[in-house]
Design a protein around this ligand. Structure first.
Ligand SMILES: Nc1ncnc2c1ncn2[C@@H]1O[C@H](COP(=O)(O)OP(=O)(O)OP(=O)(O)O)[C@@H](O)[C@H]1O
Ligand SMILES: [Mg+2]
Length: 273
């Protein structure tokens, strides 16, 4: 863990000996003149669920997007520092962007199915990867839908429009689409914020199950959700990563007053720098 940029947000020894899935070291990000991330240090463990919490505008989505370089699409956005994903320097010229994005998948807050069939929505990334065999496509679509715990609900509707699915089903469809290309990391940006309590419960069970195979970084505004599903929790405030620890420690005995204030709801809603 580098200590170049000042105090580390991570207790020494927490991830000793572990090979992190994602790492940010001295990561700063500007949108034009506005600084949105300021010297962020974070290590996201492999095959664990890590929750990313903090008030609106504190930089959670910006940080998530650095890990598969989705910020590249934003004009005027500048990234400084080091971002590593699965051992690769994410911003190195030698790193293949399509490969990075296949290995580091993303699920957004709002489901965005294409106006195509359920099956085609899941097959999207597989087709991009050049898979043409009907048999292989069918197999992998089914496997992804099963992994996303959606198969039983849509097995008879694979040819129907994905837009006809409920919001909770659409969100699991997005997870199936992300899983179909067999990523190693899943970035999830408030994926359950539009779901009803039952769908939220199913979603949380799914996230816990995904931990067997994937490294998950989950943004959530729901403190109970973070406490229920995350092994580790990272707390951000005003573009900085203030505290990172086991979820148990963050929720029962955080080191910083600011973390405690946020999780107990005493924090003012002033996320910006
Ligand atoms: N495309 C953009 N162009 C300019 N500024 C942006 C852009 N995206 C985000 N910002 C700014 O960067 C800061 C961090 O935004 P970000 O979306 O990362 O916050 P967040 O923690 O995800 O918030 P929320 O919880 O509301 O989703 C905010 O001040 C925001 O206005
Ligand atoms: Mg956000």
């Amino acid at each position: 863990m580098s200590a170049v940029e000042g105090v580390s947000a991570m207790p020494l020894g927490l991830l000793d000996g572990l090979d992190p899935a994602l790492e940010a070291h001295g990561l700063s990000l500007d949108y034009g003149q506005r600084r949105a991330l300021d010297s962020v240090h974070l290590q996201v463990p492999r095959q664990r669920v890590t929750a990313l919490i903090g008030s609106s505008g504190c930089g959670k989505s910006s940080l998530l997007r650095c890990f598969n370089r989705l910020n590249d699409e934003i004009a005027g956005c500048r990234v400084l520092g080091t971002v590593r994903a699965l051992g690769l320097d994410a911003y190195a010229n030698t790193t293949s962007l399509p490969d990075l994005r296949r290995r580091v998948g993303m699920v957004f807050q709002k489901p965005n199915p294409f106006p195509q069939s359920v099956a085609e929505n899941v097959a999207f990334g597989l087709r991009l990867a050049g898979i043409r065999s009907r048999l292989e496509l069918d197999d992998r679509v089914e496997a992804a839908l099963r992994a996303a715990v959606l198969w039983d609900e849509v097995r008879d509707r694979l040819g129907d429009s994905a837009l006809a699915l409920s919001a909770g089903q659409q969100q699991r469809l997005m997870i199936a689409r992300a899983l179909a290309v067999e990523p190693e990391v899943l970035l999830m940006d408030e994926p359950a914020s539009m779901l009803d309590p039952i769908s939220t419960l199913r979603f949380e069970e799914l996230v816990v199950a995904l931990r067997e195979r994937y490294s998950v970084l989950l943004v959530t505004h729901n403190m109970q959700q973070a406490a229920r599903v995350a092994d580790y929790t990272a707390f951000m405030q005003a573009g900085r990563l203030l505290e990172f620890d086991t979820t148990d420690r963050i929720f029962t005995n955080p080191r910083l007053r600011g973390t405690e204030d946020y999780i107990t709801g005493r924090m003012r809603e002033s996320g910006g720098l």
